[in-house]
Design a protein around this ligand. Structure first.
Ligand code: ATP
Ligand code: MG
Length: 715
């Protein structure tokens, strides 16, 4: 340990040392954020290599994602590259499983093809591309005799992933909620399609895990080979492993069971993808001789941040109770800023970053991918470079972006039939398919609107068409943001989208969110051409920012896991974003799982910060009035910060003795009995009652009627 300290500057504490030395037999290291889990794993690997002289290829170090495997490997190199260039491979369970699949398929001479993750090659005889979404759509249609909505497709994808990752079978499938019609049947049909319909076996992303698992289970010889190949199995971020992943790891580690799982149940954020924290709790059942160590001392963050995060996560019911502490100094208070709108928030963030440029590591964390595009735009205009953890180029490929560009193109030149073809159903001139065919056959030049007027048109079109023509001409002279607003409002694009939401199950928040982002970008462009050009430029920028280095990182909460920064700005903290509308809805329906996962995500975000943590929220998102995130509200209750420009209520009832209570405080209600305070939101309080579950109550009324009392703590 002395040599390690000399090399890395880190002096391991007692439990960390214990974990490092515990190399033989099963070990579960259950620990808080910043408590040195990843550090300890790295030290342990070094101990195995340099002290116990274990050969690097006998160690299997896995973690959740390729990105975190890279982060971990980089950290290891930072620490120990001086000692030797022996390299342990850090990888994911997924890529290991894929290796097993490849080996098996080539040994058995079974041809196969991947249908997910780029490079979708080949088609069936009927032209169907061998790609997951196409296949799933087709199978859905076969089963249900109708097309799936976008929402159903999203849900179906998650359903399949969840079923496979949790290894559910038969009746268990019925218990998983899924909005897609007959999801279990569609799933079965999808599975059999991949086995039988093409000339080769088709494999999606999750299949690599399920197949890999099956192969190891059924081929003793192959399993033995891999078991003998590795003497030590270590996994970081194990709280995000799914059942099938856990089982693969367990099989590999047998029979010696030199297995080390490192995890934090409070940071489990991939439940929707089948992660199973319960598996961790069963560790001692699986391995009766297991050692379980906990570490709760956070070396990363300031006292203020650790205090707030520790109190915050207690709002969750489904967790191991632990108290996170820190030996670190007190620094700045956790800051909450409320802005008038999202635009003001953006100005603030850019201003802050400009001030700090290069002096420290800064991260901006966001929940939704599209949130970052306006920020990218403004940072670039301010000449600030940045690194992006996720590749966000997908935004620019959305059909809404294409639609808007086509509207603009048509406004320059309304004689282009190829453009009209793409948008004629999307604005209020009500042009029919038949009219489009007639137009195409005429092959004359000049405004297509004028040509339409010469056709046999409907009565209402006689007014609508000249009006649309004029609007398009007007758009041509407008500022870009005004142009988009005109498309939405005057040309009826919003109404079309609304219909798509109602009739075809598109997601309203996604569609209108995309438009809001476009308007935001358009706001800083001088002309329509400038705007179109800017979009392409941003797309390139986003692509290149993904493979760049910078002291400024932009990332989603999910991808920030395991990382740390001096300053962290969490943006867009409003209800509907984090927690999401779905989380809120589930919660109202009495399901707390997704809300708790959202809280863990928020917690992951907060615990990334070393010295400074700022939570940013606003009153208006575009034109829409929004509410500060419930989670920010919780933090206020902890830090005692009042909302700024908050209207004082003229209530006569004094509710003050119930305000500022921590989530987790025991409460007694005269009607509902014993419960635990979950949150405040506005005038409402949410209590989880032992007998009747969740209730949202009006605080004022409860107090007025004397229904509430705090439960006396045992003296
Ligand atoms: P997370 O849950 O976020 O992944 P973690 O438990 O993996 O966190 P690490 O990233 O390993 O935590 O460590 C957090 C920070 O604390 C790092 O900067 C690391 O160098 C430092 N650290 C870890 N252990 C010690 C120690 N014993 N003394 C001083 N610093 C430490
Ligand atoms: Mg870690």
């Amino acid at each position: 340990f002395d040599r390690m300290k000399e090399q890395t500057g880190i002096e391991l504490n007692e439990s960390q040392q214990q974990a490092v030395l515990h190399t033989e037999g099963p070990l579960l290291l259950l620990a808080s954020p910043g408590s040195g889990k990843t550090t300890t794993l790295n030290m342990k690997i070094a101990y195995l290599l340099f002290e116990k002289r274990v050969s690097p290829d006998r160690i299997m170090a896995v973690t959740f994602s390729k990105a975190s495997a890279r982060d971990m490997s980089r950290r290891f190199d930072d620490y120990f590259s001086g000692w030797s260039d022996e390299r342990v491979s850090f990888s994911t369970i997924h890529s290991f499983a894929y290796k097993v699949v490849r080996e098996f398929m080539s040994r058995e001479k079974i041809p196969y093809q991947l249908i997910e993750g780029g490079g979708n090659k080949g088609r069936l005889a009927n032209g169907l591309p061998l790609h997951k979404t196409f296949i799933l759509k087709k199978v859905y249609e076969d089963v249900n005799g109708a097309q799936p909505t976008e929402e159903e497709m999203d849900d179906l994808m998650s359903f399949i992933s969840l079923v496979k990752n949790r290894m559910l079978e038969g009746k268990e499938l019925e218990k998983v909620s899924c909005q897609a019609k007959n999801a279990p049947e569609v799933f079965k049909a999808y599975e059999s399609f991949k086995q039988t319909e093409a000339e080769v076996t088709l494999l999606d992303f999750d299949d690599m895990l399920t197949f890999g698992h099956e192969i190891l289970r059924e081929n003793e010889e192959m399993l033995k080979k891999y078991q003998e190949r590795f003497d030590y199995v270590l996994t970081d971020e194990s709280q995000d492993n799914s059942v099938v992943q856990h089982e693969i790891v367990e099989m590999l580690a047998a029979p010696d069971n030199n297995i080390c799982l490192v995890a934090d149940d409070d940071q489990s954020i991939f439940g929707w993808r089948g992660a199973e924290v319960d598996k961790l709790l069963q560790f001692e059942k699986t391995y009766p001789d297991a050692t379980v160590l906990t570490m709760t001392e956070n070396y990363r963050s300031s006292q203020e941040i650790v205090h707030v995060a520790n109190r915050f996560i207690k709002r969750n019911v489904d967790r191991y109770e632990k108290e996170m502490t820190t030996p670190n100094e007190s620094q700045e208070a956790v800051d909450i800023h409320t802005f008038q709108n999202d635009e003001k928030q953006l100005d603030y963030v850019v201003g802050q970053i400009r001030e700090k440029r290069g002096e420290e590591e800064v991260a901006v964390l966001y929940r939704n991918h599209s949130s970052v595009i306006p920020l990218v735009d403004q940072l670039d205009r301010a000449g600030i470079d940045f690194y992006m953890k996720d590749s966000e180029a997908k935004f620019f490929k959305h059909w809404i972006v294409e639609d808007i560009l086509n509207f603009l193109r048509f406004s320059y030149n309304d004689s282009r039939i190829d453009i009209l073809e793409k948008i004629h159903t999307k604005f209020n001139a009500y042009i029919s398919k038949k009219q489009m065919t007639l137009l195409k056959n005429r092959q004359t030049d000049g405004s297509l609107f004028d040509q339409l007027l010469n056709l046999d048109i409907q009565e209402y079109q006689k007014k609508a068409i000249p009006k649309a023509k004029q609007t398009f001409r007007d758009i041509n002279g407008m500022a870009p943001d005004q142009a988009i607003i005109t498309i939405r409002e005057k040309l009826g694009y919003d109404r079309v989208l609304r219909k798509m939401v109602d009739n075809f199950g598109f997601r309203a928040d996604q569609l209108f969110g995309t438009l809001d982002v476009l308007i935001r970008i358009a706001g800083s462009c001088d002309s329509l051409k400038d705007f179109a050009f800017r979009l392409r430029e941003l797309e390139e920028l986003v692509k290149s920012a993904h493979s760049r280095e910078s002291s400024l990182t932009l990332t989603t909460f999910h991808s920030a896991k395991g990382l740390e920064f001096d300053s962290v700005y969490m943006i867009d903290l409003v209800d509907g974003i984090i927690p999401s509308n779905d989380d809120i809805e589930d919660y109202r329906d009495g399901e707390r799982e997704t809300m708790e996962e959202a809280a863990r995500l928020f917690y992951v975000g907060m615990t990334r910060a070393r010295s400074r943590l700022e939570l940013l929220t606003y009153h208006y998102l575009g034109n829409e009035r929004v509410k500060e995130s419930t989670f920010v509200h919780n933090v206020r209750a902890i830090t005692g910060t009042k909302k700024t420009n908050h209207k004082e209520k003229e209530n006569k009832v004094d509710t003050s003795s119930f305000e500022g209570m921590d989530p987790g405080t025991p409460i007694i209600h005269k009607t509902f009995g014993r419960g635990t305070l979950m949150e405040y939101s506005g005038d409402l309080i949410v209590i989880h009652f032992e007998d009747v579950g969740y209730k949202e109550l009006l605080l004022e009324t409860c107090v007025e009627r004397g229904l509430l009392s705090k439960e006396k703590q045992e003296a």
